[in-house]
Design a protein around this ligand. Structure first.
Ligand code: TEU
Length: 579
């Protein structure tokens, strides 16, 4: 089978293995579970699977705390399972992208354990620094998960840096031995046939200086740091750059567009594309996520259009996405879980999938899966959510109000088990302990590690595969369209309706072809008038989320001709036009 090495036409399907499919009934998803679902992913038309980490890990951050990059965590399977997964995916034309967490390692990693034993060679793999005084860390920086970014080690009377959990110690990339170890890991997995890499928070690897931050969080000192581009070019040259068939994406935390022209420039020899998150902060207050703020639609559009047009102008490439394992479900966030569930999920998909960039579909997004339906803090598992639940209450919020914020923003919203069918555990694992496989380990919890959403009764893969009008089939169509129409992969982007309070619209142009995407982002009827409304003469409506083409009926019931078939839009209505 040949791979789609042209990532411009590819779509990536993201799997969070812990929540995808549990083959042995222990309540945790595993690699054999993924292997069993490869036909489903191939059926959707995805070209790559990005799996979040399944390397050996104490799982304090669900695998983003890696203790051994060369082996698989027994909870997920074995090396033989990974090899089989790569081979079986390959037979279906699907490449595996692995998730490389190189800003930090688990404090259970051999390097850190040796450092803690006092080995000076390994101490230099990390940032150990003296405090500013007794009990005072070297800087005032905050960890992304809450609390100080430094942990004290009494044996050394020193602190080590952890931008995330205290069990995730930051690696010192200035040390060339660290960089060589990282290159070895990437080459090891290339040797196993991996076709792509996602690099976790890769723009945080170069720290500028260890100084107090007047803003308090410290990000100005480590975001897009002074040597980050040098490090990436070096990694590229020493590893994946030798194989043009490998695709790479960098996860960029609070980055700027100017930096991304370089991270993801066609000729800059760093990465193929970037994830940036500015469009997913439109329901934050600045950088503060633990608040309840309605999404700012005008800002969302402005950010999307800015990135689309400027990245294109600088010959750089975006990853385009609404969802991942850190984000709430998009249909709950920007769409409607109720009456217009299906229409809004399809609308959101259309807005994203007709853009310039490589689309990423997060498991269950193609089914319109919603946020978790949890009503108690005990149902949440994510370290970040549990920390902030406490922090919010320390700031004076009542427990109920803190819970409400967690319900809206928790990363667990996207981590509930994949809904395969309407059975008790949604087909994520066998329904009752009695039917679980005899080979289940003795510590089997015999129920999913995170509770299944009750709406599995109608939101599930089996039901949607059987229904030709489902969200699932709509995603299949969008994924196929990108391969059929070069204008989607390569065309320019011209923003339309920029100031309209409801309409999201743009035009794409490529070699004489044009595509127009129009969407009503809101749950009420809206009108779009004026000179800017495109004349759709000669265009064919190739996709939409309402059965009939848009039109307005006159009082006598006859179809009324309006200035344009996209002038009157029903709730969450979207359509795509081509000529
Ligand atoms: O996330 C990086 C990151 O900064 C986030 O999106 C993070 O989840 C957010 O700041 C929380 O508010 C990556 C991984 O995707 C995430 O799952 C890991 O927890 C994190 O890195 C640490 O490795």
């Amino acid at each position: 089978m040949t791979f789609t090495t042209d990532f411009h036409k590819a779509t990536v399907y993201q799997i969070y293995p812990k929540s995808f499919a549990d083959s042995n009934g222990d309540g945790l998803g595993d690699l054999r579970g993924v292997i069993g679902k490869l036909d489903y992913i191939a059926g959707l038309g995805a070209d790559y699977i990005w799996s979040t980490p399944f390397f050996v890990s104490p799982q304090n951050d669900n695998g983003y705390d890696v203790a051994d990059y060369y082996d698989v965590d027994p909870a997920y399977g074995t090396m033989a399972d990974v090899e089989e997964l790569i081979a079986e995916a390959g037979k279906r034309g699907i490449g595996l992208m692995f998730d490389m967490v190189f800003n930090h390692v688990s404090t259970e990693h051999e390097w850190f354990r040796k450092a803690m034993a006092g080995d000076p060679y390994y101490k230099q793999f990390f940032y150990f620094r003296k405090g500013k005084g007794p009990g005072v860390p070297p800087t005032n920086w905050e960890s992304k998960f809450g609390g100080p970014a430094w942990a004290y080690v009494p044996e050394f009377d020193e602190w080590y840096l952890h931008l995330f959990d205290p069990t995730q110690a930051d690696l010192d990339w200035e040390n060339p031995d660290v960089r060589h170890e990282i290159q070895k890991i990437v080459r090891f997995w290339m040797g196993k046939g991996v076709r792509g890499f996602r690099f976790d928070v890769i723009n945080l690897i170069s720290k500028a200086a260890f100084e107090d931050d007047p803003d308090g969080d410290g990000r100005r000192f480590y975001t897009d740091g002074p040597r980050v581009h040098e490090y990436l070019r070096e990694l590229n040259e020493a590893t994946f750059g030798t194989d043009p068939g490998i695709i790479t994406v960098g996860e960029m935390s609070s980055t700027s567009m100017e930096q991304c022209y370089r991270y993801a420039g066609a000729d800059t020899h760093e990465l193929n594309m970037v994830f940036s998150f500015h469009h997913l902060k439109v329901d934050f207050m600045g950088n503060e996520k633990w608040v309840l703020v309605p999404p700012d639609f005008a800002r969302l559009k402005r950010i999307v259009f800015d990135w689309q047009t400027n990245m294109a102008a600088h010959n750089a490439w975006n990853a385009v996405f609404w969802c991942n394992h850190d984000q709430p479900r998009v249909v709950s966030r920007f769409g409607d879980e109720g009456r217009y569930w299906k229409e809004s999920a399809k609308m959101l998909a259309t807005v994203m999938h007709c853009l310039r960039g490589t689309p990423y579909v997060y498991q269950g997004e193609e089914l319109g899966m919603t946020n978790a339906d949890y009503t108690s803090i005990d149902q949440f598992r994510d370290v970040e959510s549990l920390n902030h639940y406490e922090i919010l209450q320390r700031k004076g919020l009542k427990a109920d109000d803190a819970l409400r914020i967690i319900q809206v923003h928790s990363r667990d919203n996207s981590r509930t088990p994949m809904q395969w069918d309407d059975s008790q555990y949604a087909g994520f694992m066998p329904s009752s302990p009695a039917s679980a496989s005899a080979s289940a380990p003795r510590h089997a919890v015999a129920e999913p590690w995170l509770a299944v959403n009750a709406n599995r009764d109608h939101i599930n893969a089996a039901a949607e595969i059987a229904d030709s009008d489902s969200i699932y089939h709509y995603y299949r169509r969008l994924i196929a369209l990108r391969k059929e129409l070069d204008v989607i992969a390569f065309g320019d982007v011209e923003p339309l309706a920029v100031d309209h309070p409801d309409v999201f619209a743009y035009r794409r142009r490529w070699q004489g072809h044009e595509l127009i995407m129009v969407a009503n982002f809101h749950g009420h009827d809206t009108e779009w008038t004026g000179a800017e409304v495109p004349d759709l003469e000669g265009f064919e409506r190739i996709l939409g989320n309402y059965a009939d083409a848009p039109h307005v009926r006159a009082a006598d019931g006859a179809a009324m001709v309006t200035a344009s078939p996209v002038s009157n839009l029903r709730p969450y209505e979207t359509s795509v036009w081509y000529r």
